[in-house]
Unconditional design. Sequence first.
Length: 326
Amino acid sequence: MKIILYCSPSKQKVESHFFFIFTKYDRDNSMKTGIIGGSGLYRISSAEDGREITLQTPFGEPSAPYYAVENQGHTFYFLPRHGAAHHILPSEINHRANIHGFKQLGIEQLISISAVGSLQPQYRPRDMVLVDQYVDRTKASDRHTFFGRGAVAHVAFAEPVCRRLHQSMSALLAQVVEAHSAHQSVQIHRSGTYVNMEGPAFSTRAESQWYHRMGFDVIGMTTLAEAKLAREAEICFACLSMVTDYDSWHEEEEAVNAGMVLQTMRDNVSLAHDFITALLANPPVDDPACSCHHALDHALMTQPARMPPETRDALQIILQRTCTPV
Ligand SMILES: [Zn+2]
């Protein structure tokens, strides 16, 4: 069977003798938003009103079933990145499967919530940081992309979060903090550079002091991969991080340990739940023209016809918009 493929933006014509069909995934007119929860946030309070969806992906199994909750014609899908029982190490999380699952569900926007350590004095425990930059200290970048195995693409990542979604989440978070007296002491930081270490052990004091002197703001183990994969999947992405500790650079504060993180998380998680409740009541409006939704326009280096069939099959939902069979 001979099929001609056109890949935007150049509309360069390539010919393939492979039998190659892009599956048409379910895309209706309703808006869909994904939420990923981290340590301490394993379900959303409205989950009892929703339904559970178990998905398989070409990249393996997501961390857990997705919980779907609907409001005002907007569907939210929640996923706990460490699993419902918090049994998946940061380096064991199958980020590709998690984000591919969200893509299958048709989400346009993804909000990532996580716990972080502070690297600067002004980021106090219990504060909220809307992360807008990342530094990669992982050794797993080959697992933080959908590409490889005969398919090459390079997405732009200078601005790793969606500015539009970042601003709307910042405004909503400010409303939540103002509306609840229990959160009045929480300071919202609208910018912050997140060092993504691998873990599972926390930083040494030397590492933490180095990050502090470099001027980075917070440290965590998970969300950079989500930002990269969301960009490749052309999904708008924003990251809310809850500060739990001062890592181990601070001379007057106790070095971080898991008990300290969990205690602060217990305080922080009520704010996370209040934020999600507000989010469900005020669904974020997507903008189809947002540049995130066109991230692959100038990224794909390998024509699908030249990719190994199994790689092309695994990528079909990722490339569905960019490469149109005719
Ligand atoms: Zn966007």
